[in-house]
Design a protein around this ligand. Structure first.
Ligand code: K7E
Ligand code: CUA
Length: 673
């Protein structure tokens, strides 16, 4: 290797400045970063990508789907946030998905993705996503790319160490970032009683192997630390879970300083098989809580939200040998388990080295009782007893580690803006490559599984100053694609991302591309307000509610003339898309609606609520350019004053004068005349 001493010198000055501020530094070789073999990322028009990349959206509350290696954006899946594009969270059917014990919460902060696994490998069934702010886990169906389920997590306040998954999708976990008084305690306590009153929790959420449905199997009450990240054991360490935590100081103010006081924090190792035994043996105590469980039904095209009222909680004091603390320098962020399950890599943000723990040594340390005291009732393992070794001087600000399945690890360095490749066996640093800039997570397709596809690596960067055309005060975040098939990592592509991605997982396209849902069969539609043909279109009044059974097919809406709606009426447009062809959605929007459009897939029914706030004529129309006559796909609704004698009436394709009648239900003239 050839050294550029000047760069190293400049680098040292830069990096020590960075270290002091803990801000990320722009790499010194920024200009050289433009090199890279972009042809390796080229996917010709009409050709498919090799991998689907499922990427967290951060503060947009959504999940994005990109192709790898092209970096092309295919879809943004609304998960925790309302989406005006699809009507998710705006339509009557999808609003319950965003229900919580706090009521309707149409946003969250989405950080981590976990793809379902069977025998340690991706099985292409579901993607799980965490909501960080109002603690929730969502399940996305990878045959529809839609959110199927959202489960709220009680006794939690910041669902950050989530939703990491076990090797057969037995559980996804949820450990709280913020410790708090538990939900059944009086939380109205002075904040500076943190040490007495604040507790952490870890939730084990079971995943039904057939339906994917999630349920909180049990929770563990933990010391009042901040949990950050997690990984399940695999292979030989299957049955264990590892959680990084910081703030072992239990500070409640100025954490920047006070949670960094100690030299070491911890990785918490939880033997969840043992926890299961304790639950079976009746050690878990029932606790009254409140949390929402929301499920979307693909046949009724309607979500339901149920408030659950109980969890069972294990207290470590009742459960000897269920968990251990492993000391870990210093404010660890990621804790990542290698493909064999032997090595647990903890990235201390403020540490000068990366400790790598050995599962075999951990087991031996437990057997030999190589302990180093007790932290808040939890046995602490001797650091050296569990340690495989330390990666020395890897870089500054290590955050996350992924693996290539060839015995190598790749760690992101936030402060020094680089990725460092090192060998698991002897902890030798093998290569380093710059990122632009301030890398957070990184992702190797299959990286967290037992069989990574060690061909590409994607970096998720927080800053892009001078990397793209500027866009005002806010610049895009970006991903960078590296070729890791050889000894040296090679940058091959930059692409902007949406939201602020944290973690992402990629899986081979072949696992899911042929099992995509193309249409919803109209004969299987059991929506309460479906119209399975234009003949079933109608309008009915029920008090001040007017229900419109509407159909959409290229290129008209039925009915398209509606009269007899009165000022103040709540009008529900239940629109069924009668198409049975792939990729022919119709949209529906009406002037003055206080929500968004709805976008209805073939065979699906969705409902837009609209309130008549003034008299007059209101056009409505299809919002998706569905045919050459899409602009003609429209209609009118007339609103009359309260007490007017305009009868409820609907029609399509007729222009008969309105028949004045006092009947509350319109005798529609139908669409076939
Ligand atoms: Cu961004 Cu995984 Cu929330 Cu690290 S976390 S970057
Ligand atoms: Cu239907 Cu445009």
């Amino acid at each position: 290797m050839k050294f550029n001493y000047f760069n190293i010198y400049v680098g040292l000055i830069l990096t020590s400045a960075c270290l002091v501020s803990m801000q990320s530094c722009k790499p010194k070789t920024a200009q050289a970063a433009t090199r890279g073999d972009a042809s390796k990322s080229f996917v010709a028009p009409g050709k498919y990508d090799e991998f689907y990349n499922i990427v967290s959206g951060g503060f947009n509350g959504q999940v994005a789907v990109y192709g790898i290696p092209s970096g092309r954006l295919f879809r943004i899946i609304p998960v925790f946030s309302q989406s005006p594009e699809s009507g998710y969270g705006f339509s009557e059917e999808t609003k319950p998905m965003l229900n919580t014990s706090h009521g309707f919460v149409p946003w969250d902060d989405q950080h981590h993705i976990a793809l379902s696994q069977t025998k340690g490998e991706h099985d292409g069934r579901w993607a799980f996503a965490n909501g960080n702010n109002t603690p929730r886990i969502a399940r996305i169906d990878l045959s529809t790319f839609r959110t199927s389920e959202i489960l709220e997590i009680p006794n939690s306040a910041g669902n950050h160490a989530s939703p990491f998954i076990t090797e057969n999708s037995e559980y996804v976990v949820a450990a709280t970032r913020f410790s708090i008084p538990f939900d059944d305690q009086n939380g109205d306590v002075p904040i500076n009683t943190y040490k007495q009153n604040f507790k952490g929790s870890i939730s084990f959420v079971s995943v039904n192997p057939t339906s994917g449905e999630m349920n909180i199997a049990f929770q563990i009450r933990t010391p009042g630390v901040n949990f950050d990240l997690s990984r399940a054991g695999k292979g030989k360490s299957h049955g264990w879970f590892f959680f990084s935590c910081y703030n072992s100081e239990k500070a409640n103010t100025l954490l920047e300083v006070n949670a960094s006081a100690k030299d070491k924090d911890f990785v918490l190792a939880v033997n969840w098989k043992k926890a299961e035994e304790y639950v079976k043996a009746g050690k878990a105590k029932k606790q009254a809580v409140k949390y929402a469980h929301n499920i979307y039904n693909e046949k009724t095209h309607t979500a339901s939200s149920t408030i659950q009222t109980e969890v069972v909680v294990l207290d470590p004091a009742d459960c000897p040998e269920m968990m251990y603390m492993i000391p870990c320098p210093k404010s660890p962020h990621g804790t990542d388990v290698d493909p064999t399950g032997e090595y647990i890599v903890a990235s201390g943000k403020l540490a000068a080295s990366i400790p790598v723990f050995s599962f075999t040594k951990l087991q031996k340390a437990i057997a030999d009782r190589a302990f180093d005291g007790v932290y808040d009732g939890i046995t602490v393992i001797k650091y050296e007893a569990a340690l495989h070794g330390e990666v020395v001087k890897p870089g500054l600000g290590p955050l996350h580690t992924e693996f290539d399945g060839k015995g190598n690890a790749y760690t992101s360095m936030f402060v020094s803006s680089e990725i460092v490749k090192w060998r698991l066996s002897d902890l030798e640093v093998l290569d380093r490559v710059d990122t632009y800039y301030a890398i957070g997570h990184l992702s190797v397709p299959g990286g967290p599984t037992a069989k990574p596809h060690g061909k590409y690596m994607i970096a998720y960067n927080k800053m892009t100053k001078d990397r793209y055309l500027p866009t005002g005060p806010e610049l895009t975040q970006s991903a960078q694609l590296y070729d890791i098939s050889g000894e040296k990592m090679k940058l091959i592509l930059d692409f902007p991302t949406t939201g602020e991605p944290h973690y992402a997982e990629a899986l081979p396209a072949a696992l899911i591309q042929d099992k995509q849902m193309k249409i919803y069969k109209i004969e299987e539609n059991t929506h309460a307000y479906v119209s399975k043909g234009e003949g079933q279109a109608k309008v009915e009044r029920n008090g001040n509610q007017v229900h419109v059974w509407m159909t959409a097919i290229r290129s008209h809406l039925t009915p398209d003339n509606i009269e007899g709606v009165k000022l103040g009426d709540e009008v529900y447009f239940h629109v069924t898309n009668l198409e049975q062809d792939w990729d022919v959605p119709h949209g529906f929007a009406i002037k003055g609606a206080n929500n968004a459009e709805i976008l209805i897939m073939p065979g699906e029914t969705q409902t837009l609520k609209w309130v008549a706030d003034r008299t007059g004529i209101f056009p409505f129309y299809c919002t998706d350019f569905c045919s050459a006559l899409h602009q003609e796909m429209s209609g009118y609704l007339r609103v009359s004053p309260v007490g007017s004698d305009v009868a409820l009436h609907f029609s399509t394709g007729t222009n008969k004068p309105v028949v004045s009648t006092n009947s509350e239900t319109a005798s529609g003239s139908g669409s076939k005349n």
